[in-house]
Design a protein around this ligand. Structure first.
Ligand SMILES: [Cu+2]
Length: 215
């Protein structure tokens, strides 16, 4: 009996310690499950080179970012802290395929998703306009391209999704071009599906979240 009780107490303490060890976002113990992997990976990294593991793609509030790759949510209801996005981009022989995998977003809702030019920042607008292969000559910083001849899913990267009941979603797109080096730096999640009509093409409502991606 005594031994068992001691074991249970020890087990409990260990759990608390592990949870505390994850505590880069100590304000929300509920998300500890989503950040369990990073500490484990860090422990096995004995070379002294801090490989930033899991946090990549896990959304945080602006100002709480870790490392160079930021993933910010500007709307915690739609894109909860700890939800995550994984983006893969493969360019080859003049074609590029980008895939988008999200977990833990708000369930059963639409998101417009695009590649944007600038890195994420504290403000939703920091990520700049959409990356375009053929750049719309009429676009300005104040008035981004909304001409369907340029703002379309063949000339930009669009990865609109509808989440399932668990808030998960996948999308993939292939375009007939490769990114110019350094000119696409983020992926932005918007509040609506992307519109296509003249004067509104490419628009998809508020920017809800942003993740750095070095295309
Ligand atoms: Cu966008």
């Amino acid at each position: 009996m005594d031994t068992r009780r001691v074991f249970l107490i020890a087990g409990t303490s260990l759990t608390v310690l592990v949870a505390a060890g994850c505590g880069s976002d100590d304000s929300s113990p509920d998300v500890s499950a989503t950040v369990e992997t990073p500490p484990a990976s860090l422990e096995t990294t004995t070379t002294g080179v801090p490989v930033l593991p899991g946090p990549e793609g896990a959304f945080q509030l602006p100002g709480e970012g870790v490392g160079d790759d930021n993933a910010f949510t500007y709307d915690e209801a739609a894109v909860p802290v700890g939800s995550s996005v994984n983006i893969e981009s493969e360019g080859e022989n003049g074609r590029t395929t980008v895939t988008f995998n999200a977990t833990g977003l708000a369930p059963n809702r639409d998101f417009g998703v695009h590649a944007h030019t600038r890195p994420c920042g504290p403000q939703p607008s920091d990520s700049g306009p959409h990356y375009q292969n053929d750049v719309d000559p009429a676009a300005t910083p104040e008035k981004p391209s909304s001409d369907p001849a340029y703002a379309n899913p063949q000339n930009e990267i669009w990865l609109d999704v509808t989440t399932d009941a668990n808030g998960n979603a996948q999308a993939s797109t292939t375009v007939d071009w490769e990114f110019r080096d350094g000119e696409a730096n983020s992926v932005v999640l918007h509040a609506q599906r992307t519109m296509t009509g003249p004067g509104q093409a490419g628009m998809a409502g508020d920017r809800l979240a942003c993740i750095d991606e070095d295309f």
